[in-house]
Design a protein around this ligand. Structure first.
Ligand code: M6R
Length: 364
């Protein structure tokens, strides 16, 4: 039931403060500012490597997870697209484990990758939304996302719930490996507890984003740029836009701009830059200057400090509240989902059932 919403996708975008809150609470003890002692199929302290594999949006969640787990827990993470992982005959490191991410728990390539790791004797964890799925059944431990049923083909709330689980796992790994102390653990858990409230605030930007979507719907090509965890988000923004609006979009690491995509820049291809005011903000500003100097139109998604300090003229600036670094990907996911959603609505596509796509890809 869509309730008062026009599409399931819209409803699912708006459910995020609540489902992210439920999901985080499953893994984090907010009262004591600690990560919970949920069961794990391996000991994070003894791992030398974690293999993560998934498809589509779940893969992009995993890519954010890699940045987090490596940053907070100093544990090397190998991340692959499942259709590559299953055939590339990689050498498996000793003392490693595997983690799969899937909303449906039925994606053929992800399941095949899981079975490959099983045959190699790896302990297996899975982040899934559908508890009774094949991937859940075949894993040693399931880390559920409590997103509830996701109907829209474009994944939204499953993505931010996957990020929530990955953030909790990163903190758990960091505690186990001694790379954060009790005070830092408490700080990270407190910061994560702010995610639902901040997500709720970001949803209030919907009417500004809807106006902007009217402009965006006039273009044929869009480029998304971001650095660090905003690089996977740039790819997620592009994936969301292309799958529901059919506008050609690409997501790139901002630093890659001058290695090729800058050749595409002109007034006909807007560039969406996802750049909170973080320690590498200045680097992204210089990428925006390169875009502006070539007549490119910029849509900047940033915070108040980023908006004040960016020296570049933009077509529009979406100002998101200040957020702690660890929850930034969860919060910045919302404006890019809303932008894709409203753009598709203006174009008039079938938002919940885009052409050629299935909700669950159970064949290769
Ligand atoms: O069910 P899964 O999470 O395994 O599905 C993976 C992808 O097929 C899925 O995320 C797809 O990319 C979405 N349509 C993206 O919005």
């Amino acid at each position: 039931d869509k309730g008062n919403y026009r599409h399931f996708m819209e409803k699912e975008i708006y459910e995020q403060p609540e489902v992210v809150s439920h999901t985080l609470a499953n893994y984090l003890d907010f009262a004591n500012s600690k990560v919970k002692e949920f069961s794990l199929p391996f000991d994070f302290a003894k791992l030398d490597r974690l293999y993560v594999s998934a498809c589509g949006t779940a893969y992009l969640a995993g890519l954010v997870g890699k940045y987090w787990i490596e940053r907070y827990a100093r544990l090397p993470v190998d991340i692959d697209i499942a259709s590559e992982f299953r055939y590339r005959e990689l050498p498996i490191t000793k003392n490693s484990a595997a983690l799969f991410i899937s909303q449906s728990g039925e994606t053929a390539d992800t399941l095949a990758s899981l079975r490959y790791c099983r045959s190699e004797g790896l302990p297996i964890g899975a982040i899934v939304n559908v508890r009774e799925s094949t991937i859940a059944r075949e894993s040693d431990a399931v880390f559920p996302t409590l997103a509830g049923p996701e109907i829209g083909v474009a994944s939204t709330k499953a993505f931010t719930c996957q990020l929530s689980v990955l953030a909790a796992l990163a903190v758990r790994a960091a505690v186990a490996r001694g790379t954060v102390d009790a005070a830092q653990e408490a700080q990270l858990v407190r910061e994560l507890s702010e995610a639902p409230g901040l997500a709720h605030q970001v949803l209030k930007l919907a009417s500004q984003i809807e106006r902007l979507a009217r402009d965006l719907s006039q273009y044929k090509h869009v480029l998304y740029l971001g650095r660090d965890t905003n690089f996977p988000l740039a790819m997620e923004g592009a994936l969301k836009l292309k799958e529901i609006s059919y506008i050609h979009a690409e997501g790139y690491a901002a630093g890659e701009l001058k290695h090729g995509p800058i050749a595409l820049i002109d007034e006909k291809m807007p560039v969406i830059v996802i750049a909170p005011h973080d320690r590498i903000f200045e680097k992204t500003v210089s990428n925006m200057q390169e875009v502006a100097a070539r007549g490119g139109k910029i849509i900047l998604i940033t915070d108040a400090k980023g908006a004040a300090e960016s020296t570049v003229d933009t077509l529009a600036t979406i100002v998101v509240p200040d957020v702690p670094e660890i929850i930034s990907p969860i919060i910045y996911a919302l404006p890019i989902q809303l932008l894709a959603y409203y753009t598709a609505v203006f174009i008039g596509t079938d938002v919940d059932q885009p052409r050629n796509l299935a909700k669950s890809v159970t064949v290769e």
